[in-house]
Design a protein around this ligand. Structure first.
Ligand code: ADP
Ligand code: MG
Length: 390
C-alpha cells in the first residue's frame, strides 16, 4: 500500500494548514545486482532501484527557513538558508539534507524555505542506500519546489555523491546515488564508473522475483574494512608499476598480477576485482538471452568471490546466502552493498516464495539467533514526483 495518504495526514498534523500546496516525492533504495566493490576500481556495475524507498511531503514557505522531520525519528531539524550551512553532529540524519541544501545554494539555485516530512519503507544502515535515497530525494524535491529543472539526474547524482563524500564524510563511489536517481522499472543500470556512461539492461524476471534478505545485523567494521580494501587495491596498482592500467584495477591483466604481486592477500583482492568484472559482462549477456538460471549462478559465484577473495561477507551474510541456496525455488544469491552485515539478494521462483522465506528464516535463525526480514521486490523507477496514488 502507498505510504503517501498517511504521510500527507501526518504532515498536516505536524505543520498545520498553509497557503501553498503540499507536493509529494519518492526516491527508491537500490540493490546492486552484480559488480560489488567495483565502482571505486573504475569498472562496470549493475545496480537496480528497488520498490522500497523514502517519500517526502513538502510545502514551500515564504521565508528562508527549512524545517525537516522524519516519521522515523523525533529529531526536528531547522536550517536557515541565509546562514552558512556546516556539518553538525547534533543535526543527526539532518546532515544528509543539510549538505544537499548547501551544495544547491553553492550552485546558485534560488532555494526557498519549506516544511518537509520524510517517511520510509527502507531499512536504514542495511546496505540498500537509504543515505543516497535521502540525498537524492532532498535535491530533487528542493529543485522542484524552486521551479528549477530536475531532468539532469546525472548532475543530481554527482552533487549527492559530493555531499556524502565531503559533508557527511563517507568515501563512497558514484553507484548508489546514480541508481537512486536514474533507476528504471524492470531494468538494471549498467554503469561505467570511470566514464559515467550508462545504459539500461532489461531484467525480465518472468516467473521469478528478487527477494531482499535483511540479516538484521549491523554492518560492523564496514567503514574501516572498506577503506582497507580501497588501500589494498591501490597497493596492487602500485606493485603493477608500468603495467598498471591507468583507469582502475578492473582493467589489470591477471598474468601481470601474478608476475608483480607475490603477497597472497593482495593477489586474492585483485582476483576478486578482475573476476567480478568478467561476471558483470557475462551477466549482461545472459540477461539479454533471458537465461535466468545462468544469471543466478553468477550471483552465487559473486558471493563466493566476495567471501573467499575479497573477504567482506562475514558470518551473517554467509549464513543467509547459504540458507537461501538450500531453500526451495532459489536460482542464486549474494550479499549486496559494502558487506559485513546488511542485506543479501536472491533470485527466487515466485510460486516458491512462501516456502523459500520460511526455509531461510528457520535456517538463519538457527545459525545466528537473529530474525531476518524479507522484501519481495523488482527493479523500479528512480526519484520522481508523485500524486501519491497507486
Ligand atoms: P545505508 O545507506 O546503507 O542505508 P548509511 O549509514 O549510509 O546506510 O545511511 C543511513 C543513515 O541515513 C541513517 O542513519 C540516517 O541518518 C539516514 N536516514 C536514512 N533514511 C532516513 C529516514 N527515513 N529518516 C531519517 N534519516 C534517515
Ligand atoms: Mg549509505
Amino acid at each position: 500500500m502507498s505510504m503517501f495518504p498517511l504521510l500527507a495526514q501526518e504532515f498536516m498534523h505536524l505543520y498545520g494548514p498553509g497557503d501553498s500546496e503540499v507536493q509529494l516525492f519518492f526516491a527508491p533504495g537500490r540493490a546492486n545486482l552484480i559488480g560489488e566493490h567495483i565502482d571505486y576500481n573504475g569498472g562496470l556495475v549493475m545496480p537496480a532501484a528497488v520498490t522500497l524507498g523514502i517519500g517526502d511531503a513538502c510545502r514551500p514557505r515564504s521565508d528562508h527557513l527549512v524545517r525537516l522531520r522524519s516519521s522515523d525519528d523525533p529529531l526536528v531539524v531547522q536550517i536557515d538558508l541565509d546562514r552558512p550551512i556546516e556539518p553538525d553532529p547534533a543535526r543527526g540524519w539532518g546532515n544528509y539534507p543539510a549538505g544537499v541544501l548547501r551544495e544547491l545554494l553553492l550552485q546558485g539555485v534560488n532555494l526557498m524555505g519549506a516544511d518537509v516530512l520524510f517517511t520510509t519503507t527502507l531499512p536504514q544502515g542495511a546496505g540498500l542506500s537509504s543515505s543516497a535515497a535521502m540525498e537524492v530525494l532532498t535535491a530533487f524535491s528542493f529543485l522542484a519546489l524552486a521551479g528549477a529543472p530536475t531532468n539532469d539526474l546525472k548532475a543530481i547524482a554527482l552533487l549527492c555523491q559530493k555531499v556524502e563524500n565531503q559533508f557527511v564524510g563517507v568515501n563512497c563511489g558514484i553507484m548508489d546515488q546514480f541508481a537512486v536517481a536514474l533507476g528504471r522499472e524492470n531494468c538494471a543500470l549498467l554503469l561505467d564508473c570511470e566514464s559515467l556512461d550508462y545504459h539500461y539492461v532489461p531484467v525480465a524476471l518472468g516467473a521469478h522475483a528478487l527477494v531482499i534478505m535483511n540479516t538484521s545485523s549491523q554492518r560492523q567494521l564496514a567503514g574501516s574494512k572498506y577503506n582497507e580494501r580501497r588501500a589494498e587495491c591501490d597497493a596492487v596498482l602500485r606493485l603493477l608499476g608500468t603495467d598498471a592500467p591507468r583507469n582502475g584495477l578492473v582493467h589489470a591483466q591477471w598474468s601481470d598480477v601474478l608476475s608483480h604481486v607475490s603477497d597472497p592477500v593482495l593477489r586474492r583482492r585483485a582476483r576478486h576485482v578482475i573476476s567480478e568484472q568478467a561476471r558483470v559482462e557475462q551477466a549482461c549477456r545472459v540477461l539479454a538471452a533471458g537465461d535466468l538460471a545462468a544469471f543466478g549462478r553468477l550471483l552465487t559465484e559473486s558471493h563466493a568471490s566476495l567471501r573467499d577473495d575479497y573477504e567482506v561477507t562475514g558470518l551473517h551474510l554467509d549464513a543467509i546466502v547459504c540458507a537461501a541456496l538450500q531453500a526451495p525455488g532459489c536460482l542464486g544469491a549474494r550479499m549486496t552493498g559494502a558487506g559485513f552485515g546488511g542485506c543479501a539478494i536472491a533470485l527466487v521462483e515466485q510460486d516458491e516464495i512462501p516456502a523459500f522465506t520460511a526455509s531461510v528464516r528457520s535456517a538463519y535463525l538457527a545459525a545466528t539467533g537473529l530474525e531476518p526480514a524479507f522484501y519481495v521486490t523488482h527493479a523500479a523507477n528512480g526519484v520522481h514526483e508523485t500524486t501519491g496514488e497507486g
